[in-house]
Design a protein around this ligand. Structure first.
Ligand code: ZN
Length: 380
């Protein structure tokens, strides 16, 4: 079996072997060739490229260089995959390769998160792994099993698609609401010289999810899941990383899961012409049979009214209100606001849309599993 290993203490650019990249571009050379039916073992660094230490000091989060995200392992060239095919990826297994992970709150001036207006200062929680369970000295009073998943997996874009991404995101880049290509910290596998300069100048950052999958942060793509990716280049050039020990729906803190250095076992197959046949625009997937189970939940509602302002069917505002209602409640149960924020982003909470038709208010919910708490947090 092909094995791609990392040194978990060393950033991507200084690994002994070339094992990955941190941008999307069709010309990033594959690190290995895999045949359909073959299974591989792949390790990956955490999404911040080894910048976070297991200590109680938040200065590493404060001084973070986000342009080094995400160190992905790959690309893998899948023999026989051609544009228009579906690449079938079986996530056969996933887990950590170090005994701890981290969750952070980025400072507002450094990108913030979903609730940055309420939590503008940097913070950090280290999570210790005990088999499938995790606890944190920074968020005492909880213990839960993790639903492990890759935050980011996908296929390489074609050149045409890459140009489309850059063009449509440019107006948002100008407003500070999207990330432009950034050559200084690009790591492009084995590319060197003029090829490196050309690709680094136009390769897309890995921050948003796009048509190739990418940074979707879907907690249900866990052990045993089968994902169907559109193929845009010969060989598909599949990559993955940003592995999570656990995450709540929305990854609201942005440094938002329990970020881990980990491994995946993967299998591959190809469905010829599957993109047109099944009208695929974005990846589709079948969640795996392994789940975390909770008996009881406490659910919080949110509507799209914030600071006295009536929004028009805005699910983002409604979801933010549901999150804040949950966090405010947890502060009555012995948690600080920051602890509650980091718990909500890291534990397997379920986010849902209730109604998205009843003008003018959309309703969203956040469901917190009660079983994760040491004591009852219900109203008495
Ligand atoms: Zn992540």
């Amino acid at each position: 079996m092909l094995e791609i290993k990392v040194n978990p203490d060393i950033r991507l650019a200084e690994q002994k072997e070339i094992i990955g990249h941190n941008r999307w571009h069709p010309d990033i050379p594959a690190i290995a060739t895999v045949r359909p039916g073959e299974e591989i073992y792949v390790e990956a660094l955490d999404f911040l490229d080894c910048q976070i230490a297991n200590n109680d000091d938040v200065s590493d989060i404060v001084n973070i260089d986000l342009t080094r995200a995400h160190p992905l392992s790959g690309p893998f060239h899948i023999v026989g995959a051609e544009p228009g095919d579906l690449l079938v990826v079986d996530l056969l297994d996933i887990g950590p390769i170090t005994p701890f992970g981290f969750t952070g709150i980025f400072a507002k001036e450094n990108g913030g998160g979903f609730l940055t207006d309420y939590f503008p200062n940097a913070d950090k929680a280290i999570w210790d792994f005990h088999g499938i369970y995790t606890t944190s000295r920074h968020v005492p009073g909880v213990r839960f099993a993790g639903l492990q998943h890759p935050g980011q997996i996908g296929t390489a874009p074609s050149m045409e698609m890459l140009h489309k991404w850059n063009a449509r995101e440019a107006p948002l880049v100008a407003k500070g609401r999207a990330t432009a290509p950034f050559a200084d910290t690009a790591f492009l596998g084995s590319l060197k010289g003029a090829d490196f300069d050309r690709v680094a100048a136009e390769a897309c950052r890995t921050v948003p999810p796009r048509e190739n999958g990418g940074n979707t942060d879907i907690k249900n793509i866990t052990r045993g899941s089968r994902i169907y990716f559109p193929v845009y280049v010969d060989g598909a050039n599949f990559s993955g990383g940003d592995l999570h020990f656990s995450q709540g729906d929305g990854e609201i803190a942005f440094c938002g899961a329990i970020e881990m250095k980990g491994f995946m076992k993967l299998g591959f197959d190809i469905i010829k012409g599957g993109v047109a046949k099944y009208k695929i625009t974005n990846p589709i997937f079948v969640p795996g049979p392994m789940d975390v189970r909770f008996e009881k939940w406490l659910m919080f509602e949110g509507i799209c009214v914030e600071d006295g302002i009536q929004y028009d069917m805005d699910a983002t505002v409604a979801y933010r209100r549901a999150c804040m209602n949950c966090i405010d409640y947890l502060t009555t149960q012995g948690f600080t606001g920051e602890q509650a924020y980091m718990l909500l982003t890291a534990c397997p909470m379920e986010g849902r849309i209730g109604g998205i038709v009843d003008i003018p208010n959309c309703a969203c919910t956040v469901a917190l599993p009660l079983d994760i708490f040491d004591k009852s947090i219900l109203p008495k």
